[in-house]
Design a protein. Structure first.
Length: 315
């Protein structure tokens, strides 16, 4: 196993018209695990799933997509549900997660990840409800220094009524990561009125505490990499016809860690020393994976053959 992912697992119900919805397996960290598995990296998922009909579907979905579920606990608590309404510019969400299985993840003993695991992903709405939130941070703190920790706050307005408190928490969580990614929409909430460079600078301390690199995605415009004391590095996203943007950022995260591994990055020191040319390839790989995901309904990340075909076509 090369990548571990800890966080929420839920069913996304996407609005098709009025009160008609279509269900998809989802959750930001579940999506990331699925995407990494499809891209060919050994991936393990850490969470708790319900024994209800939705939890059974989620477990099968993970296993069908090459994700190791050894560390998935089971519970009689219900599955988290999310209802999604698409608009021309963004997605509106309604979450039902009080007392749900993934929010109640609270193992007496934290998972012992194998030495082969070089990346740990965390973030999103899994950090908003205890006991799971506290135990996830316990795991992150235990693993920091042993592997590269990647954090995506994945801001959801409907779940964070106190924006100031959330901003402070994100700053604290970021101190435990080595690589941070968020969208330009997230940046507008985390650093209102600030440029993307200034938003990234909030988290780049130039020390061992906090991320060595911050990636800000810009939707169809691409992504920008920020590092302390270095010029920003921008890439453009492939041009596509968008069907749905659900899971694009999660797929980008999986593409980032997958490509970094393929560039030989297994330690924080190697992450910090990666040259611009390699970073450009990593960002293009991740952006292309996210773009392919956006060409179909729901979160449906590409497999490796599909992604390689796009990369070859745009070379």
């Amino acid at each position: 196993m090369r990548i571990a992912v800890v966080g929420e697992s839920l069913i996304d119900f996407t609005c098709t018209a009025g009160l008609a919805f279509v269900g998809h397996e989802g959750g930001a960290l579940t999506n990331t695990a699925i995407a990494a598995g499809r891209l060919g990296q050994g991936t393990g998922f850490i969470s708790q799933l319900s024994n209800d009909m939705f939890g059974k579907r989620l477990l099968q979905h993970l296993q069908n997509n090459f994700v190791d579920t050894t560390w998935v606990l089971r519970s009689d608590a219900p599955t988290t549900l999310a209802f999604v309404e698409r608009t021309p510019t963004t997605n509106n969400y309604a979450f039902y997660m009080q007392g749900t299985a993934d929010t109640q993840w609270n193992p007496a003993t934290l998972p012992a990840l194998p030495d082969s695991c070089r990346f740990l992903h965390f973030g999103s709405i899994s950090l908003l409800h205890d006991p799971a939130a506290s135990r996830i941070i316990d795991l992150v703190k235990a693993q920091r220094g042993q592997r590269i920790v990647m954090f995506d706050p994945n801001y959801r307005q409907s779940l964070t009524p106190d924006l100031g408190a959330f901003q402070a928490k994100v700053l604290g969580w970021s101190a435990d990561c080595n690589l941070m990614k968020f969208s330009d929409e997230d940046a507008a909430a985390l650093a209102p009125g600030k440029s993307l460079a200034d938003a990234a600078a909030l988290f780049l301390t130039g020390t061992d505490q906090g991320p060595r690199a911050v990636i800000i995605t810009r939707g169809g415009a691409g992504a920008t990499l920020f590092r302390h004391g270095q010029a920003p590095l921008e890439i453009s996203a492939p041009k596509i016809t968008v069907a749905d943007t659900i899971g694009a950022g999660d797929t980008f995260n999986a593409g980032t860690s997958t490509s970094l591994l393929e560039h030989g990055v297994e330690t924080v020191a190697q992450l910090a020393a990666l040259p611009d040319a390699a970073w450009r390839e990593v960002l293009l790989f991740a952006a292309s994976a996210a773009a392919l995901n956006c060409t179909r309904e729901g979160c449906n990340p590409p497999n490796r053959a599909e992604l390689q075909a796009m990369l070859d076509a745009n070379a």
